[in-house]
Design a protein around this ligand. Sequence first.
Ligand SMILES: [Zn+2]
Ligand SMILES: [Zn+2]
Length: 525
Amino acid sequence: LLSYAPPLVGSTKARIYTPPLVTGRRGPCGCGCALTKATSLGFAAVEFAEQMLGIELIPWQRWLLIHALELRPDGRFRFRTILILIARQNGKTTLVEVKNLWKMFVLRVPLVIGTAQNLDISEESWDKAVEIVDSIPELRVEVAHVDKTNGKKALKLANGSRWKIAAASRKGGRGLSGDDVNLDELREHQTWESWAAVTKTTMARRNPQVWGFSNAGDDKSVVLNDLQAKGRAAATNPATADPTLGHFEWSAPDDVRCTCARADGAPHALTCRLQDRAVWAMANPSLGYTVTEEAISSALSTDPDPIFRTEVLCQRVPSLTPKWQVISEAKWIGQTDQLGERPTEVALGIQVNHQRTHTAIVAVGLRPGGGLLTSIVDYRPGTHWVVERAAQLKKEWDPIAIAVQDKGPTGSLVDDMALVGLLPPKKRDAPDRGDLAVPWSDDVAAAYGMYVDAVDQGQLWHLDEAPLNLAVADAEKRTLSGATAWEYRPATGDPSPLLASTIALWAFKTRAHLVVSSDPSVLFF
Ligand SMILES: [Zn+2]
Ligand SMILES: [Zn+2]
C-alpha cells in the first residue's frame, strides 16, 4: 500500500488580522468574508497582477490585497496604516511590486515612496518592478523616465505617477507628498524619527496608505512593537479600535518554543513544539509554494532557537519579563542532580496547562544519593493520552500517590480517571498506594511553600530537564485566599511541568508515611 500525506501548505489567512467592516454573505474572496469588487479594490489589483503582469499570486498575497485594499462607503481606502508581519522569504517583495505598479498604472497615484533602514532592501522591489515593466510592451510605452542612480532611484510614468526610493532617516521623504508609503524592515527602527518623517509625507493627501512590513523584532524594535501591540488590540477588539489601522500577522503563537531538552548542536526531538508543521504554516504562508519544509527543517536544526523563532516563526522572543522571580537561577542550577539516576518510591503529579496544549506528568521520590528528586515522566501535547497513561503508570510503577487537582484545567480528567479505577482514598486518612491525592486550596498554597523551601534548603534535586527549567525560570506567584501559590498563567511559558512537580512533592510528603510500611527510610529523606 502506498501512504499518501497531502502536501503541507502555508496559511492563506493571517493568524491575527483586522476583520473587514463589511459583513454579510460570503463573497468571492473565498475566506468567508463578505468583501466584493464593490467594497475592495484588491480584486482589481489581483486582476492586474495576473492579467497584465503575468504574475501568479500565492493565495496569501491575493488574500492580503483583497483585505488591505478594503474601501469605505465614500470610495476611499479604509486603512491608512497597514502593518504586515511575516517571516522572511515568503514573497513580500512581489506583493510590494504588484501593489505599487497597480497604484501607478491603474490608480495613477502621484507618488509612491519606498524606504527601508537598508536602502538595498527598498531598492529590491523597485529594481524588480522596473525589470517587469521593461519586459511588458504595453507598460514600457507608458514610462517617461527611469533614474537608476544609486541612492536616488526613481521611476516616472507618462501619467505623472512616480515611485521614489528614500532613505529611512530623520530627513527621509522630506519635501515629498506621498500617496503610498512603504516602510520595510520595521523591526530595524529603534527610534520613531524615520517613521515620523516618512509617514508625515502623507498628511496632506486625500487617500494615502502607509504600508509597514517586518518580521518579528526584539525589545529594541520600538516602532514595530508599539504598532504591533495596537494592531493586535485592534484585531481582537475592532469595536473600540481605530478602524483605519489594519493589522495582518502571520506568526506562530507566542507560547510556541522548544519543549525538548536538546543539547547544544543536537537536533530537536520529534515531539518538540518547534517541530510542529502546523505552526510553521501559520508563520510561513508561502510554505508549499516557494518555501519548502526541507528549508525550514534545516533552519530548525542549524539555527539557535531565538534566531529560528524570530526569523522563521516570526515570533518576538520575549526578554522584557524578568526571569527567576521566585526561585533564584543560581539556587536552581545548584540543585542539578549529577548522578543521573531516577527517583524511587515516587509520587506522581499530573497537570494540564491552561491553554490545554500540553500535559505534564512528573515524579517526585527518593534520590539515590539522598534527598528528593523530581523527574519528568511525560510532557506531551494535548490531554487525550493522559488517563490511559496514568492507569498504566499506576500498574507498572506502584506509586505512592497520583496527585491531580479536581479544579482548574486538569479537573476535566478526573471523571475519566474514576472510570479506569483512579480514585481518591475510600477513607481520607487511610489511603492505599496509587490512590489519587486531590489537593484543596489550602493544600495548593502549602504545596507551593513546600516546593520553594525544598529547593531553597537543598532538599529537592532535579535532572536539568528543559521543560521544567523553563517553567521555573518563567514562574510567577499569586495570592490564593490570603496565602501564596504558583501563578497558573505567567506572562510567558508553560508552567505545567512545575505545577505537576509541585503537587507530586506535596503528595509525597503528605502520603509517604501513610502508605510505605516496609521501608521506613522513606521517612528520613
Ligand atoms: Zn476574505
Ligand atoms: Zn526542542
